[in-house]
Design a protein. Sequence first.
Length: 163
Amino acid sequence: MREADTELQSFTGPEGCATALRQLIQNAKRHVRIASQRLEHAIYHDPHTVQVLSDFARRSRYSRVEILVTDTQSMHQRSHRLIPLIQRLSSYIQLRCLQENNVLTAQEYALGDDQQILLVTDTEQWRGVYEPYNRQRARKLDDQFSRDWIHACEDPNLRQLQL
C-alpha cells in the first residue's frame, strides 16, 4: 500500500460517503461489513455502489458481505437496488436486522477486512472519515459488529420462494 493510500480521508455529503464506501469495498480482499440505520437510499441505492458490491461478492468464493441494519422498512417501501442483489447472491451477501431492543453503537460504519474503516459521524450532513489502514480501531468495531450480528435476525421480507 502506498503512503497516500493509508491517510485518513474526510468526506461530506452522500456522494462523498458513497465514493469512500466504494473505495473501501474495492480495496477489501475477503470481508466487508456494513452497519447502517436504514441503508440510506442516496448511498446504497446508487448503481455504482451496487455494482462494486456485486463485483466484490463475485470476485472470490471466499468473499463475504455482511450488512447489519436497524430498519429495513424504508428499503421495502421504495425500490432499492440492493434487495435483488442480496437475493441473487445470498451465499455471499447477508443482511440482518437488529432486534428492537438493540441499537447500533456507531450510527453508520463499514469495515473492510481487518483494517479499513468508514465512519459516518454526522448522518444529517453525511460527514465522516475513511481510514484505509487502522487495524486497532477496525478490530474494535469488528468486535462490536460481531456481537450485534449474533443477536440480529434475518429479514423475512428478503426471502424468495424457490419453486
